[in-house]
Design a protein around this ligand. Sequence first.
Ligand code: PHE
Length: 512
Amino acid sequence: MQGRSVWGSKVGFLLAAVGSAVGLGNVWRFSYVSYQNGGGAFLVPYLVAMLTAGIPLMILEYGLGHREKASPPLAFARVHHLWEPFGWWMPIVAFFGINLFYAVVIGWCFNYFLLALNLGWGAETGVFFEEHFLQVSSGPFEFVGIRWPIFAGALLTWVLCWLICFKEIRHGIEKASLLFMPVLLVMTIILVAWSLQLEGATDAVWNHYLRFEWSKISLLTAEGRSVWIAAYGQIFFTLSLGFGIMITYASYLPKKSDITSNAIITCLIDCSYSIFAGLAVFGTIGYMAQTKGVAFEEAITAGPGLAFVVYPEAINQLPAGNRLFGALFFLVLIIAGISSAISLTEAFTCSVCDKFKFERKKTVSVLCVLGMAGSIIFTTHAGLYILDIVDHFVNAYALILGGILECILVGWLMKAPKMRKHIFAVSGRKVWPLWDIAICFITPVMLMLILLGALYREFGEAYGGYPVGALLLFGGGTLVLSRFGAFILSHVPWPYQKRTHAHTPEEETLLT
Ligand code: PHE
């Protein structure tokens, strides 16, 4: 396709991809997931998941985006004309399923950044978070009204997203990533170093974070198997796979690109960042547990509570520099979050522009306004409940299903060796035939097991104890509506000949 934007540099692309992958999930989700699942021993299934699913799928997404030079709907449609709806589903879920609440959580971080400057959350951080900050209502249908500070934070996030995505890829997302990622790294290093020198920190790291409980990862027990499933789920989420984001980013790569190395480097940086940032989380909580004289297990909680309740409490206890430390921590979350939010916005924008040939600036502007309007529901007093439900359903089903569909599309319909040949042709680097096995069998089977496990649990008990009506409306509704949206969009006729292949005839002969 002519006139498609191209990344200005290899590093620019890599940092943008890393920016999407490194997000709120790396800082708090990884830490508590690994803690709940065997501590240090969790690293084994985690790394196996990275090797057998993370890297193969990353190569797949980069390869598909690069080969077709297209966002997911167009790329999918080119591989098989009946698959366009699935191609739409991924960016729609990314935008309406995740971006809407992701922007609100970044909005919380903006508020907490300001609160950190005068430790405005007080001594009772749990009470403050729920009763004063979120002012949580009594149930998911009790909206009550908008929490204006949260609204303002979400608005700021959307404005930043708009400002960055408005410009062409190399002047917007690339420039932002070139700035954000080094800053993020430096700030994280400071945070980790600061945390580790606190009293009780190294003890918590060795005895809780990195404690090896081999029995917990045994495949012979049901508990052990659920740890493996958690590891695959975490890898998927943390690498932003299954949303078509990496397909979109790779579609802006120049013709000669080293897809394999880029994919491996993205995965390695993201996973190492998680493990590294976990040191700061555990170190700080370890310090707090020691000062309060409570057991580590009592001090730590999972989920949103970790970043917005436990962490502020730990910050309160620091011997010096509390405000700076707090501001630094929430700034890390903001930067990591924004660089992921822009990738979610980009995937949908690019899909719309690819199909309808709309102008980028207008499309981004309209989508950001729509996005902010959609975020409002998460800024109400019932926002936390709805966020929790939507997050659960999107992560447990849409993401995993997206991965399975990609494996079928490339592994079986296009045929994995064809993609391998393409990657070799453009990078001069061979992909092991083992990749075919990962894409055709290992990854889809693992993902299917995760999906079945999630479904089994879903029918066993209502998630989070919420009323079934709320689960169906917000969780099921997001999945069904996004599927419906995908159906509609894929039935609008293409205004141009979409089957014209992105690559030149010479390149095609090279590929087959
Ligand atoms: N990878 C991001 C994180 O770890 C989350 C994310 C998922 C972002 C999917 C974009 C798309 O937080």
